[in-house]
Design a protein around this ligand. Structure first.
Ligand SMILES: Cc1cc2nc3c(=O)[nH]c(=O)nc-3n(C[C@H](O)[C@H](O)[C@H](O)COP(=O)(O)O)c2cc1C
Length: 363
């Protein structure tokens, strides 16, 4: 174990592979405080954002900020754990902590480093937020994981060389049904569509088209038209008047208040045509399967950018009304409506079955 103020190449490579650091600070009386943080390294300093979450409190009310204002000392631990203990490793950086105001000359450059490492930060308005930096004066590191050349692949994500972010994204996404009143950047919506466009499709024909709604009028028109259709169906089902009213209002509100909506349409015109109905049916099912893949790409792309989404199947039940309300071509079959925005409260999550229940055979 050696202590230095500079990182070796192997240490730089090690920290570049890790996603989280623990930041320890202490108050004037020496009471310790530790939080996990996302971080970047610029060759001289560690940087971590004070992100948008603490709305109710000012920055100085954050324990780590107060502590740093009282004494500019901090320690970062960046560690790697594996059940195979021959792969463990950590780096400890003790040093000086500072709060860097948005007006600082290098604020933009450091924020760009963070956004490179964590795409979620691209959708957050961090330009006006301070950053927290730790300039190490004493670096200590330990473990086989520090030896970049000898390090065994830690898991299949890392060994593939294709990033190790996927599972947390897939796990973290949830269907969100109410959003903050905050617009979605156009670039984020375009990234969602681009991700859809990379989805697998039958013969590579991409049998889906998207309608993106961000303005109030078309959202309102769509909500009103679908609501009228749904009211008829609910009355036909013999539901109570008050129940119908409540359900209609809820659905209307959901469409009207979504900061953005993406209507996903099936587009079959480019698919193969068969003389027999069985193959034609299979061709259409393939297109619908592909639509699901395109939607999932979009949901994950939104989530990766710090956004949240839902999935409304209502257009599938009233495609003609949706088409007319939005003036769409008859070749487009509305299938799903994806509300996009920033969640206003964490949604309840339905329990997911154990993975073993889903695998019928694995041999
Ligand atoms: C094809 C399809 C249609 C769906 N339709 C609706 C819907 O109309 N309204 C809704 O609130 N959620 C809808 N969902 C979302 C599911 O309810 C949700 O994915 C499920 O409860 C699991 O929750 P999670 O997405 O948070 O993991 C739909 C999902 C799929 C795949």
């Amino acid at each position: 174990m050696a202590a230095r103020a500079r990182l070796t190449d192997a240490e730089e490579a090690f920290i570049a592979r890790q996603r989280v650091a623990r930041l320890a600070t202490a108050d004037a009386h020496g009471h310790p405080h530790v939080v996990p943080v996302c971080f970047a390294w610029d060759g001289r300093r560690f940087v971590t954002p004070l992100d948008e979450k603490p709305k109710r409190v000012g920055d100085h009310a954050l324990r780590r900020v107060r502590n740093i204002e009282e004494r500019h000392e901090a320690t970062l631990v960046i560690d790697y754990y594996d059940d195979d203990w021959s792969r463990l490793g950590y780096l400890l950086a003790q040093g000086r902590a500072d709060i860097l105001p948005p007006s600082a000359a290098d604020h933009g450059r450091l924020l760009a480093l963070l956004r490179d490492r964590y795409p979620q930060y691209q959708a957050m308005a961090l330009e006006a937020r301070p950053l927290l930096t730790v300039t190490p004066t004493r670096i200590t590191s330990w473990g086989p994981a520090l030896n970049a050349t000898d390090e065994e692949p830690a898991n299949t994500w890392q060994s593939s060389g294709r990033g190790n972010n996927f599972l947390p994204l897939a796990r973290g996404r949830r269907s969100v049904r109410s959003f903050q009143d905050r617009p979605v950047p156009r670039a984020a919506l375009e990234t969602m569509i681009e991700s859809a466009h990379w989805a697998p499709s039958p013969h590579g024909r991409q049998p889906w088209r998207f309608v993106v709604l961000t303005r109030a009028e078309p959202k309102e028109a769509l909500a009103a038209a679908m609501g009228a259709d749904w009211q008829q169906v609910l009355e036909m089902d013999g539901q109570e008047r008050a129940t119908i009213q409540r359900r209609l209002e809820k659905s209307h509100e959901r469409i009207r208040t979504a900061p953005a909506l993406i209507l996903v349409c099936l587009y079959l015109a480019d698919l193969d045509a068969y003389p027999d109905p069985e193959r034609q049916h299979a061709e259409e099912i393939m297109a619908i399967q592909s639509l699901g893949a395109a939607v999932q790409n979009m949901l994950l792309a939104a989530y990766a950018q710090g956004l949240d989404t839902g999935w409304m199947c209502a257009p599938l039940f009233t495609p003609e009304t949706v088409r007319v309300a939005l003036g769409l071509d008859a070749t487009l079959k509305p299938h799903a409506l994806i509300p996009v925005g920033y969640e206003d409260r964490p949604p309840k999550r339905r329990p997911h079955r154990p993975i073993d229940d889903l695998i019928v055979r694995f041999e």
